[in-house]
Design a protein around this ligand. Structure first.
Ligand code: NAD
Ligand code: UDP
Length: 309
């Protein structure tokens, strides 16, 4: 797995290990952390390799499944590393596709709801092609992921690679990073520390938030269920909330007296986002189970321990 020391990747590594798989986690720690994997790093079957996949792979491992999760994923992360983001999704993905092809392995490409850009279709089904600014500040990520989708499907079409794409919608949970700017960890940490919650824009923009345990189950199904080859699946929780609703929920669940502060909207920030998950429901038998309030409670409890508050 690439990106296994990141937020989602670390949960996926842990679940795969628990199911008896051997896991090689390749990560350059650009936005990930050793801390994310330390609770299971010494378990038999787990290998961590600190390496930048843009440079190729350090060994020709005889893998039977590849999960490509390596990429900065938060706007703060990819705006700080735009060229690395474009390159890991292009060159990094290419190196992993070659590895998977050489070993006739299954391949799963982690794509994103960002490929829909500022969506004109709502909710977004997989058949929607998106509305993306091709050279704006978010394009390193949006177009990087669109390129990764494209080359993955060409390896499938030309080399018969057993590949599938997943488009992940906003995911949250334990091990998300307080300082990577994503809205759920940022709101929770600020609320716990008594600091103001920043809202970019008027707070009426929407997102649909998926708890990480639900997402991991969806990823495993997309990779291992029959008849997923050559397909793309939206994975997200269709519950849609405005940012104001999220802020109020976080304040209530933390019991915080923090205020909400408004700032100008971010450039190219999508105004709404909600997955149509009909395909994942019907073909994978996957439905997210954890309601936002419940997932926030677990995430808040985890951050209380992290921040010691
Ligand atoms: P994350 O930043 O926590 O994890 C990404 C990992 O990739 C990090 O550990 C980072 O160090 C590693 N990485 C980056 N560049 C690398 C390189 N060149 N070589 C090796 N490793 C590299 O982010 P995440 O939230 O866990 O996201 C994981 C994947 O899921 C990403 O591909 C992201 O685009 C996708 N995704 C996430 C979300 C979400 O809401 N979290 C939404 C859509 C898509
Ligand atoms: N956002 C916000 N305050 C924050 C962080 C984010 O208002 O502290 C907004 C951001 O402008 C966007 C939404 O919350 O409209 C989700 O942002 P995030 O960075 O979590 O992910 P995105 O969905 O943009 O990739």
């Amino acid at each position: 797995m690439s990106g296994g020391a990141g937020f989602i990747g670390s949960h996926l590594c842990e679940t795969l290990l628990g199911a008896g798989h051997q896991v090689i986690c390749v990560d350059n720690l650009l936005t990930g952390r050793r801390r994310n994997i330390e609770s299971f790093a010494s378990r038999p079957g787990f290998t961590f390799v600190q390496h930048d996949i843009i440079e190729g792979l350090p060994a020709d491992w005889p893998v039977d499944a590849v999960f490509n999760l390596a990429s900065p994923a938060s706007p703060v992360g990819y705006l700080a590393h735009p060229i690395e983001t474009a390159r890991v999704n292009a060159e990094g993905t290419y190196h992993l596709l070659c590895l998977a092809t050489r070993h006739s392995a299954r391949f799963l490409q982690a794509s994103t709801s960002e490929v829909y850009g500022e969506p004109e279709v709502h909710p977004q089904p997989e058949t929607y092609w998106g509305n993306v600014n091709p050279h704006g500040i978010r394009s390193c990520y949006d177009e990087g992921k669109r390129y990764a989708e494209s080359i993955t499907m060409d390896f499938h079409r030309l080399h018969g690679l057993d590949a599938r794409l997943i488009r992940i919608f906003n995911t949250y949970g334990p091990r998300s990073q307080a300082d990577d700017g994503r809205v759920v960890p940022n709101f929770i940490c600020r609320a716990l520390l008594g600091e103001a919650l920043p809202i970019y824009g008027d707070g009426t923009q929407t997102r649909s938030f998926c708890y990480v345990d639900d997402l991991v189950q969806g990823i495993l199904k997309a990779q291992f269920e029959e008849d997923t080859v050559g397909q793309v699946f939206n994975l997200g929780n269709p519950g849609e909330f405005t940012l104001l609703e999220l802020a109020e929920m976080v304040l209530e669940l933390t019991g915080s007296k923090s205020k909400i502060e408004f700032f100008p909207p971010r450039e190219d920030d999508p105004t709404r986002r909600r997955p149509d998950i009909t395909r994942a429901r019907t073909q994978l038998g996957w439905t997210p189970r954890v309601p936002l309030e419940e997932g926030l409670k677990s995430t808040i409890a985890w951050f209380r321990t992290e921040l010691k508050v």
